[in-house]
Design a protein. Structure first.
Length: 190
């Protein structure tokens, strides 16, 4: 029998960071999801070893103010995209400016300077990733997915989905279904 897994990426990352810090014997406190307070002065070799180990796991220590702000923007966008059963009615620009306490113009400029893409493009990519997860889960219709992701219509979702992935949502669903069926057949035949 095939089982599908749901991942809590934040919990996984938190645990990985804790393991690395404990392995190096570093005294620390995790302040929230993405903030780490190291309670001691670290020699450069310890800091380099920690950063090197974390980079191998896809985690990076960010120290410049602009990079920190960009990470906060990404976190706010992820939180917005992943909210269950909550439709954000205000514009994303107003939302980000309010919670990050900067003008949207400043946030947008900083984000583009550091990431070489726009906030709008990043939002689209995150929404499409969420749409892919929802389609793969197979629990919602395209209309429900479009509504949950705050699209004006299924056509709008479909257009952005195709522009981002190269597939229509319908074709993506067929591919996922076919892969699931092939896995089931492979399991049965073994």
């Amino acid at each position: 029998m095939i089982y599908y897994l749901k991942y809590d990426v934040q919990a996984i990352c938190k645990r990985l960071v804790q393991e690395q810090l404990q392995n190096l014997g570093i005294n620390y406190s995790l302040l929230n999801t993405n903030e780490l307070d190291i309670n001691q002065a670290l020699p450069n070799d310890f800091l380099h070893a920690l950063n090197s180990n974390l980079v191998k796991l896809g985690i990076e220590i960010v120290s410049s103010q602009k990079s920190i702000l960009v990470q906060k923007i990404k976190d706010a966008i992820m939180e917005l995209v992943n909210q269950e059963d909550k439709l954000i009615l205000s514009k994303t620009s107003h939302y980000l400016a309010k919670i990050l306490n900067h003008s949207y113009r400043y946030l947008s400029g900083t984000f583009s300077e550091i990431t070489y893409t726009t906030i709008e493009n990043y939002i689209i990519l995150q929404k499409i990733e969420k749409a892919k997860d929802m389609i793969a889960a197979g629990e919602l219709t395209f209309t429900e997915i479009a509504w949950k992701l705050n699209y004006s219509s299924v056509a709008h979702l479909s257009m952005q989905f195709k522009n981002t992935t190269g597939f229509t949502p319908t074709l993506f669903k067929k591919i996922i279904t076919q892969k699931k069926n092939n896995l089931i057949l492979d399991t049965v035949n073994k």
